[in-house]
Design a protein around this ligand. Structure first.
Ligand code: JSK
Length: 447
């Protein structure tokens, strides 16, 4: 039996996001978001699901916080719904929205749980999208106004801030692949959005410093790892392009003050250019206190002329897959973390999302999700390997506290440590909840 022991000071938590759990979409002055529009557009979300009710956490947050307390987490990563604060994206502040999040954060603090707040977790006010959304630089100004309001309101209560969640999803998945809201298929648009998101991030960090807010600020890119099928240069380079699409594209500008040349060239050869203005890169490369890393899955890939954006085909080597059909590839987690440390130095890293989709239902009131426990063991072991290799890990936050609205997959894909009956909204702790609780308590587990 091998004991995997974690540093005492490492923080442990779980994560959720506003549109995925809150519901109450028409309550207390909340404005429409792009996900309200997208989920109510026929054909966009599996089974026609939407976030109108979700987990009803807007009304049941005390029950959720009791679960967090029982789980024994140090931190809880949640997101604020921009449209609850600025129903029109800018202009008048909605006092009832502010009041809700103050109540929520106060209850977390009363229970000894440190809030980690994501400012943007994809629920852009529809009113801003109507003016071009993230393709319009005025949305950056609106984001900074929203961020400033949050910084001022929660100064002394929230000490950990994440500007953006998964800018790759907000830009490329949503504006090139068309899978998420607003659902376009335009590579130039997606590149514009990716740049404006990084600008918004940099401007929000500047505002955070200017206001002299205590605490730490970062952002949370999502990552993947693609191992080359062979040592052929064409295979290696194709995999580097796909990995770079998630990592270097969103991290080089922040840590190096420039975009990765190999991808700038790649996009240029497709007639796509970066909308960089004078001074943009200086804004983006504001020093940050940590980076959040989201990791779920990896692949093996090889060069295939004309395949996808980067001439890359994934090869199915028969890795086990979760119930969302993502290969289980824990070594990829280790490779992502060591690659980031080798490229950018010992940047403080919080794992801001890692988890698995398994759809087990309760049997006699118990959810036996052994596969989720195994996924956690595998990926926490990879995390431990990374720590042993010098990666500066400050915390691990698992996705997700509870089953919730998994975007275009709707409620068909369950990532929670807590089962949600979406008809009754009953919460049921899964076996993985108890395993994770014990691991948090011990700061070790045995393999
Ligand atoms: C989970 C990534 C934030 C939190 C969780 C979904 C995701 C995804 C989902 C890629 C993707 C779909 C589908 C099309 C493109 C392949 C959420 N994270 N989550 N993280 N990542 N690429 N083509 N070259 O719900 O809200 O792609 O396939």
């Amino acid at each position: 039996m091998s004991i995997i022991q974690f540093p005492t000071e490492m923080k442990w938590g779980v994560a959720t996001a506003s549109y995925q759990i809150e519901g109450a979409v028409n309550e207390d002055g909340r404005g429409l978001s792009i996900w309200d529009t997208f989920s109510h557009t026929p054909g966009k979300v599996l089974n026609g699901d939407n976030g109108d009710i979700a987990c009803d956490s807007y009304h049941r947050y005390e029950e959720d916080i009791a679960l967090l307390k029982d789980l024994g987490v140090d931190v809880y990563r949640f997101s604020i719904a921009w449209p609850r604060i600025y129903p029109q994206g800018t202009g008048d502040v909605n006092e009832k929205g502010l009041a809700f999040y103050h109540k929520f954060v106060d209850t977390l603090l009363e229970n000894g749980i440190e809030p980690i707040c994501t400012l943007y977790h994809w629920d852009l006010p529809q009113a801003l999208q109507d003016e071009g959304g993230w393709n319009n630089r005025s949305t950056i100004d609106a984001f900074v106004e929203y961020a400033e309001t949050m910084f001022r309101e929660f100064k002394g209560k929230i000490n950990y801030w994440i500007t953006l969640n998964e800018p790759w999803c907000t830009s490329f998945l949503s504006n090139y692949l068309g899978v998420h809201a607003p659902g376009y298929n335009d590579l130039q648009l997606a590149v514009n959005v990716s740049h404006h998101l990084l600008l918004a991030h940099g401007r929000a960090v500047q505002k955070f410093r200017e206001l002299n807010i205590e605490g730490e600020i970062g952002y949370a890119p999502n990552t993947t790892w693609i191992d080359p099928y062979s040592n052929k240069t064409e295979d290696i380079q194709a995999c580097q392009r796909e990995i770079g699409w998630y990592i270097e594209w969103f991290m080089d500008p922040v840590f190096k003050g420039k975009y990765p040349e190999f991808l700038v060239e790649w996009f240029k050869n497709k007639g796509v250019k970066l909308p960089i203005n004078e001074g943009d890169l200086e804004v983006i490369k504001q020093p940050i206190d940590f980076i959040g890393i989201n990791y779920y899955s990896g692949h093996v890939g090889r060069y295939k002329e004309g395949e996808g954006l980067f001439h890359l085909e994934m090869i199915d080597l028969g890795y086990e897959r979760t119930d969302i059909d993502w290969p289980i590839y824990p070594d990829g987690f280790y490779h992502v973390l060591t690659h980031i440390t080798e490229r950018y130095g010992k940047v403080p890293i919080y794992i801001t999302e890692n988890g698995s989709c398994y759809n087990e239902e309760p049997v006699h009131g118990r959810v036996k999700d052994n596969n989720r426990i195994k996924y956690l063991q595998q990926h926490l072991t990879s995390l431990h390997r990374a720590i042993q290799s010098g990666v500066n890990i400050k915390g691990y936050i698992s996705w997700s506290l509870m089953d919730n609205f998994e975007w275009a997959e709707g409620y068909s894909k369950r990532f929670g440590l807590v089962f949600i009956n979406f008809r009754t909204l009953e919460r049921i702790k899964k076996d993985s909840f108890y395993w994770y609780k014990k691991t948090i308590e011990n700061k070790w587990f045995d393999l």
